[in-house]
Design a protein around this ligand. Structure first.
Ligand SMILES: *Cc1c(COP(=O)(O)O)cnc(C)c1O
Length: 419
């Protein structure tokens, strides 16, 4: 690995002594696999047949006309199997697990998107799968829990702390420390102790390589690439082939939430509430409170609602290669509406933050230049969040009617099947 897992002062491997061995072993296995053409071939086949790659690059002609500036293109990553980019990383790591001869995969999940991708990849590759999920999140995200169980994964509710993502990560680390001989911890974003940031970027960089080829084929005069940033995996994968060159502009969009105040957003790079920290095994920029504890974050999009940011993004943000901006909850909702109406495409709420930034940018750029926004996921998963906003009364009436229907006993037993 370059720089021993460091990106300037960020990154590293800050873990309990017992985890050094599995991390060393993982780093060796990953390096070997990347040099093995057979691994590459197998991964290519899964990308094509299972994930559905390459994902298209869509010219958003109607959006372009309405905004009146640069040509807008959408990288349709949300068309990947399971609905988002997360499967690129999950299938890559799961294939590596097979190669290492391990049988069991554990993962953390917040809203459930990474758990879903991991459970699906494990089902496909015949691996046992355990997903740690905060008890609060298990209750909030029942549709994803149901899908994970359908894929054969075991979902373990975590009762510690605030019972959300950060507690699920701690629990997964604890499991791994005791189980690494036959178990792999499949981290879901470009963060955590080395070699995870390098490995996750590598598996996600397929997004950027495809985009580069697609934009060359069309002869685009590329001005900017825009991606939302939670932990940072879709952004770093999308940007990867462009990082070492001067152009295009690379724009990372963080969750502006409901305002600039503490605990009102998840802005790590431009806000005043973030500082350097070492949490979850790596050094980066984190949102912390006065006591140096991980602070509450807030965003309408569960995927951007994480207190830390991947170490390479933090470093590229400080060096200026990546520009960071933020978009608020309401701007994201406006972007969902805009691209649905103009292009017939419903962005995931996370991706809609990039969509909102893209709308701002494209307006101000000259015609003929191109901007590409990465639609990291599609919006189907968000109906429980967007419906109460867009159609409050109708949605409430629908849920009430559903409950009455269920409680009346209709349908429950008539379809058969065993639990
Ligand atoms: C999880 C998720 C994100 C945020 O994760 P990154 O690692 O920052 O990419 C963004 N978009 C979608 C659709 C997600 O599911």
């Amino acid at each position: 690995m370059n720089n021993n897992g460091y990106f300037d002062r960020f990154g590293g491997r800050y873990v309990a002594e017992v985890l050094r061995r599995p991390l060393d072993e993982l780093e060796r296995a990953f390096t070997d696999a990347m040099l093995d053409p057979d691994f590459g071939k197998e991964l290519e086949t899964l990308r094509a047949d299972f994930i559905g790659r390459p994902t298209p690059l869509l010219f958003a002609g109607n959006a372009t006309r309405e905004l009146g500036g640069a040509d807008v293109y959408i990288k349709m990553e949300g068309l990947a199997h399971t609905g988002a980019h997360k499967i690129n990383n999950a299938i890559g790591q799961a294939l590596l697990v097979k190669r290492m001869g391990k049988k069991r995969v554990i993962a953390e999940t917040g809203a459930g998107q990474h758990g879903l991708a991991t459970a699906s990849a494990c089902a496909k590759l015949g691996l046992e799968c355990v997903i740690y999920m905060g008890d609060v999140d298990v209750r909030r995200q029942q549709p994803n829990v149901a899908a994970m169980e359908l894929y054969g994964a075991k979902v373990v509710p975590v009762m510690a702390g605030s019972r959300t993502l950060k507690d699920a990560i701690n629990e997964a680390m604890r499991d791994w420390a005791a189980s690494f001989v036959d178990t792999h911890y499949l981290i879901g974003s470009a963060l955590g102790p080395a070699p995870f940031p390098d490995m996750v970027r590598t598996f996600q960089s397929v997004i950027g390589r495809e985009t580069l080829a697609q934009s060359r084929e069309r002869g685009l005069d590329l001005e900017a690439m825009i991606a939302c940033v939670g932990g940072g995996s879709n952004a770093i994968g999308f940007f990867e082939p462009f990082i070492g060159i001067k152009s295009p502009r690379l724009v990372g969009v963080e969750a502006g939430g409901i305002g600039p105040g503490r605990s009102e957003n998840a802005v790590r790079m431009t806000g005043s509430a973030a500082s350097d920290g070492i949490i979850h095994g790596y050094k980066s920029r984190f949102l912390v409170d006065d006591d140096g504890q991980v602070a509450e974050t807030r965003s309408i999009s569960a995927g951007l609602d994480y207190p830390g940011i991947g170490p390479q993004l933090a470093s590229l943000g400080e060096s200026g290669r990546i520009e960071f901006i933020s978009a608020s909850d309401s701007e994201a909702l406006d972007a969902v509406r805009f691209f649905a109406r103009t292009e017939g495409v419903i962005f995931a709420l996370e991706s809609a933050h990039a969509g909102a930034a893209c709308m701002r940018l494209a307006r101000d750029l000259p015609k003929g230049k191109a901007v590409i926004v990465n639609m990291s996921g599609r919006g189907d998963k968000d109906i429980f969040i967007t419906s109460p906003v867009f159609r409050y009364e109708e949605w409430k009436a629908f849920l009430r009617a559903e409950l009455i229907r269920l409680e009346s006993g209709a349908d429950i037993h008539s379809f058969g099947g065993s639990k």
